[in-house]
Write a protein that binds this ligand. Sequence first.
Ligand code: SF4
Length: 359
Amino acid sequence: MTPIQKIPYFQKQLLDWYAVHHRPLPWRETSDPYRIWVSEVMLQQTQVRTVIPYYQEFTRRFPDVSSLAGAELQAVLKVWEGMGYYARARNLHRAAGIVMTRHGGRMPDDIRMIRQLPGVGAYIAAAVLSIAWGRPFAVVDGNVRRVLARLQKIDVPVNGSLSQKNIFTVSAENLLFKQAPGRFNQAMMELGALVCTPRGPGCGRCPAAGCCAAFLSGTVDQYPRRIRRPRTPEIHVATGVVHKGRKILITRRKPEGLLGGLWEFPGGKVRKGETAEAACEREIKEEVGLEVRADGHITRVRHAYTHFRIVMDVFHCRYLAGRVRLNGPVDFRWIRPGEIDAYPFPGANHKFIPLLKED
Ligand code: SF4
């Protein structure tokens, strides 16, 4: 590691660059801690381009903590629908309730208290406290780690253990411009997003080139260091759209865990040696207690989650017998295909839902 010698020079270069080149994003036009919190939660796992319309719609529907706390979870998930990582929305909703009951509707401005809110980790806490209140906490996300790794030739992997990640936090705290921490943090993230990008960084137009250890030693292509992870496993699943008269069956997942609280079509994993049709019929029997016949392949969709990928065969299923008895899901509805838009569904379901509306 090669620590930066001229920290004030680096800070000035970075802030001057940011003043001219930053993108005019909607959450940069506010100092409202609630809106900054919402934007940072969304930005944690989603790209800026995708977040903008979601942020605008979310803050239009829930303009303050009180309106979010008073909303039904399903309404919150519906606005979040398609952005993925739904635990973020559930935590935001739960945290808004806590802000109302324990903090009189005012976002806590204390690191210890804000960290106690569901879903508020070190990154969100530092972002909200520094941007909304000018508190001297350094924000460290993937962009910032990459910039730091190159600036100081840090040989620790950016995707390593927690203690390895802490090395980047210490490094960011050393560089932080404490007179304007919010602006400095946003400038670091912006530099990573616009100039010091993962591939082909724009060193020729970088404000930090004069003090960047990797650039000055001609080793930019060697940073950041990363641990290679094995490819995520692929799971084959079968899903059924059960038709009874003019209605189709949807079920709701339990509120916690992966995709918690969202609606979906019943189905599950295809076992070894089993056909997708047989798996679909078996899973529906086990999950909702209905006898069905899978008699029309609708499509095959692929979808990636953080730790696995799925290949999903989707079938039209004819209802044969039985009454719905739930084993796993917590709720169900028989709806007309035209009513689908009233319910929040996961991204994998959205890949075939348009085909149902054509029927
Ligand atoms: Fe990144 Fe290049 Fe700037 Fe160094 S000089 S911070 S490698 S863009």
